[in-house]
Design a protein around this ligand. Structure first.
Ligand code: PLP
Length: 393
């Protein structure tokens, strides 16, 4: 019902505006009914098969495997790349925990890299430096997992050029960037593999789910095998390795197919929301927005606003609380992983840029069903927040 809440007129009754609620197109229910009619109310079925074909096509790769979450997708890929105890996996510090916990669950150590201020994705210069050092000391990472943040692609060609001489596989965590492009190519089409998330807050959803895509079909086939309890072909179930119960439900795949069909509309809507925020708030002193990298098209999955407390006269937390008081959900930028208590012992390379993004960054309501009237409410509160801060000052 979150969708109904978000889709109805938000000016009436000061209804809560969520950060990024689901946005159904209307076709999902028909496809769910089709799934029911086929009686594949199960973790296999024609909707799962079709979803995988459609994702591979959309991303321009050979294979796709649908699983229960983006986190599970990354877990499977890293396991298939042989990540295990004693290995390092290098990733961006500015990310969500779902992109990191699989590294730890496999017994490997994450190393957190700072981001570039121009893209908010892993800084290739830091990566190149550290790779050269690691090569000298014979301590190369087992894999590199750059994050495509808030709908923006990492600088994948540069990252691949750094990793390829050492044959280090690159897996992009594209959970937040489905529909984005890099030099005209779809995000997720480069590297050893990419993962997407179909969680309820992402640009399209299956209610919950994840997708692995790869140009290497053997990898996505092996991922499918592991996701289904690693059952060797035998009527009695034979096991030569251990797997997981990670498959996506055929019913959820039906929802995801309805959503994938409208992905381009969803990208356009999120970008239009970003443009309206920029037009409505960009003139305020001390307000800026997450930059869009020159090399690609960001989906603006979330609009991220930067608040300079000195220039603006209030910090992002004052604004967040003002929005919350008006029943509007906003959130700080991801807290960098190297600042998380659970990673107090982890190695990190730089971090000042990410720390500044975290200190100043506020994610504004960006759901593709957000009405202009609702967005107007958000803009008014932010402008009002400035006025009240001025009164106090
Ligand atoms: C959402 C997200 C994930 C995890 O996806 P789930 O489907 O929620 O498991 C991983 N990495 C990033 C960057 C994400 O935003």
């Amino acid at each position: 019902m979150a969708q109904a809440a978000a889709a109805s007129d938000p000016e009436s009754a000061g209804q809560r505006i969520f950060l990024s609620p689901p946005h159904m197109s209307g076709n999902e229910l028909r496809l769910v009914e089709e799934a029911f009619a086929s009686n594949y109310v199960a973790p296999v079925g024609p909707m799962v098969d079709a979803l995988e074909r459609e994702f591979a096509e959309r991303t321009g790769v050979a294979g796709a495997t649908a699983v229960a979450s983006g986190t599970a997708a990354l877990h499977l890929v890293l396991r298939l790349l042989g990540v295990g105890a004693g290995d390092e996996v290098w990733t961006s510090t500015l990310t969500f925990i779902g992109g990191v916990s699989p590294i730890c669950q496999l017994g490997a150590a994450p190393v957190f890299f700072d981001v570039s201020p121009a893209t908010w994705t892993i800084d290739p210069a830091l990566l190149a430096d550290e790779m050269a050092k690691a090569a000298r000391f014979g301590r190369l990472p087992k894999a590199v997992v750059p994050t495509d943040l808030y709908g923006q692609s990492c600088d994948i060609d540069t990252i691949l050029a750094i990793c390829e001489p050492y044959r280090i596989p690159v897996v992009t965590d594209s959970a937040e960037a489905l529909g984005a492009t890099y030099r005209g190519r779809p995000v997720g089409s480069a590297g050893a593999a990419a993962i997407f998330s179909l969680n309820g807050n992402k640009i399209i959803t299956a209610s919950g789910g994840g997708i692995i895509v790869s140009r290497d079909r053997r990898l996505t086939d092996q991922a499918r095998f592991l996701a289904q309890q690693a059952r060797d072909p035998a009527p009695h179930y034979e096991h030569t390795t251990l797997g997981y119960n990670y498959r996506l439900s055929n019913v959820c795949a039906a929802i995801a197919r309805g959503q994938l069909a409208v992905l381009d509309d969803r990208v356009a809507a999120r970008r239009a929301i970003f443009t309206r925020y920029q037009a409505g708030l960009g003139d305020l002193p001390g307000i800026a927005f997450m930059p869009e990298a020159a090399y690609g098209r960001c989906t603006r999955w979330l609009t991220v606003m930067l608040v300079d407390p000195q220039e603006f006269g209030a910090d992002r937390e004052v604004l967040r609380l003002a929005l919350e008081a008006a029943n509007i959900e906003a959130r700080p930028v991801w807290k960098p992983m190297h600042l998380q208590p659970v990673f107090a012992q982890a190695r990190h390379v730089g971090g000042a840029v990410s720390e500044s993004c975290f200190e100043k960054g506020l994610c504004l309501p960006s759901g593709s069903a957000l009405a202009q009237s609702g967005q107007g409410r958000v803009i008014d509160i932010v402008r009002g927040g400035l006025a009240s801060a001025k009164r106090v000052g």
